[in-house]
Design a protein around this ligand. Sequence first.
Ligand code: OAD
Length: 231
Amino acid sequence: MEDRIVILTGAGLSAESGLGTFRDEGGLWTKYDLAEVATPEGFAADPHKVHDFYNARRRNCLEAAPNPAHHALARLQQARPESVSLVTQNVDDLLERAGAADVIHMHGSLTRAKCAACAASWDQRSDMDPAAACPACAAPATRPDIVWFGEYPYHMEAIWDLLRAADLFVAIGTSGQVYPAAAFVQDAARAGARTLELNLEDSDTSRDFHETRRGPASRLVPAWVAEALGG
Ligand code: OAD
């Protein structure tokens, strides 16, 4: 088994838990206008609309349960905590609820709020209201702690360090359409890692991987984890 494994997950990991993906048929970005609900400009124009969107997603997330793919990744990380890193584009907490620790949330978290005035952030699992006072500066400027289009993802230096040191990079359930995550396969390969994609169908970056496997995450991920732990 390769020493250092970096795993990138996307919406496909949580699809079988009942959380919609973004770009598949019926996906969130086919029903909602991304510019209205996932940009700083959209929030400035209509904060209530943005909160309605994320409040609904948060409620869905809290009602959902981890699926076998989340449990398998948590098992792998618990078995190899020093050498397995979990990086996710997902804003749900299903990996944590499956038992994973130190998940790197590059696009933020549904269950955290942030002050748009002073950038303080805090845990909040209940509905959010843009007029709620910030616990640090009291400004009525509560927003979800989600990285929107036009904003810089979290933890990028740490992620690039992990990719540079990786022996194996695995992408699970992501369409490869959003940067910088879409470039991780090339970053990792350039640094000498083997690369593996586990996805329901071809992604925009499938051709960049050394190996691709097709199928639902709930089947592919436990099978790959069993291989990785047995090897
Ligand atoms: P997408 O919706 O773009 O892609 C989901 C991918 O998962 C597709 O390639 C599907 O084929 C695959 N898929 C669907 N169901 C699956 C299943 N059961 N098992 C395995 N694969 C499955 O989602 P992401 O790539 O995660 O950003 O999107 C990236 C970012 O775009 C998100 O983090 C979000 C979005 O705008 C923010 O919200 C900041």
